[in-house]
Design a protein around this ligand. Structure first.
Ligand SMILES: Nc1ncnc2c1ncn2[C@@H]1O[C@H](COP(=O)(O)OP(=O)(O)OP(=O)(O)O)[C@@H](O)[C@H]1O
Ligand SMILES: [Mg+2]
Length: 247
């Protein structure tokens, strides 16, 4: 889908993240247009999760973060994570996607739609079950009983209930069989085609290429190359990342 809003949904300027004085990320400029699916790819330790976490203002460690992050033109850098989430910055992390001791429907009910979603799309439970028929079938199963693919779907479904402005997915392909990776990414693609803005973080370059509009190659915390996926997939540096990841 082409951008309809001239103001980027998300804009990042001079973002730098350091852990104990070691620079893990340095991004001069990055932006996401409305209804775009952008993929950040790179090897282990390239800084992909660091980037997504910094956008959310959350981290496992205590990094020093400097720079500017704008959501719909509004600076959010000074905001705590819960406020960023309220504004629709939603990250589905690499693990711990769902509550294992709650059923699928309880997991969904727990992610209650915000009373004020600021005009963002709200997904009803019925719409979510239409999007994810496997979850509908398993609505009374416990989160802990789901397969990896189903857990990933439930993680996405829970995020949708919170009315994302930007949905960030950190390595949704991890631990999934190739066929399920395609199913998950095709579902994300469908959401984007309906207008959602998504930032996909993937080490699985091959799978990302099939789903995204634009590819950003991250290496040692820096953007090495970026562009429309059709151009980027011909870039030898992307092929290197691709071979590196499958080696
Ligand atoms: N909490 C932390 N404390 C210290 N260093 C960290 C922390 N988190 C990440 N790093 C370092 O920052 C760099 C980037 O890590 P990051 O987790 O962002 O990589 P990644 O691209 O997500 O890798 P992967 O594909 O393995 O998930 C690595 O060198 C990593 O060791
Ligand atoms: Mg990571």
């Amino acid at each position: 889908m082409t951008a309809t809003n001239p103001t980027p949904v998300l804009e990042v300027r001079n973002l730098s993240v350091s852990y104990a004085g070691n620079r893990a990320l340095s991004v001069d400029h990055f932006q996401l247009a409305e209804g775009e699916l952008a993929g950040i790819v790179g090897a282990n330790g390239a800084g992909k999760s660091t980037f997504a976490s910094a956008l959310l203002g959350w981290s496992r460690g205590a990094p020093k973060v400097t720079g500017e992050i704008l959501l719909d033109g509004q600076p959010i850098t000074a905001l705590e994570t819960p406020e960023r989430v309220r504004r629709g910055m939603l990250l589905i992390p690499e693990s711990d996607l769902v509550f294992a001791t709650m059923t699928v429907s309880e997991n969904l009910a727990h992610a209650a739609s915000p009373a004020n979603a600021g005009g963002r799309r709200l997904y009803s439970t019925d719409e979510i079950y239409d999007l994810f028929p496997n979850l509908a079938e398993r609505r009374n199963h416990l989160g802990g009983q789901l397969s990896g693919g189903e857990r990933q779907m439930l993680g996405i479904a829970r995020a949708l209930r919170l009315a994302p402005r930007v949905l960030m997915l950190d390595e949704p392909s991890i631990g999934l069989a190739p066929k399920l990776v395609s199913v998950v990414l095709q579902t994300v693609r469908t959401l984007v085609d309906e207008g959602l803005t998504v930032l996909l973080v993937e080490q699985n370059v091959k799978a990302a290429i099939r789903a995204v509009d634009r590819l950003i190659l991250l290496e040692r915390g820096r953007i090495l190359a970026e562009g429309p996926v059709d151009e980027m997939k011909e870039d030898p540096r992307v092929a290197d990342a691709y071979l590196g990841a499958s080696a």
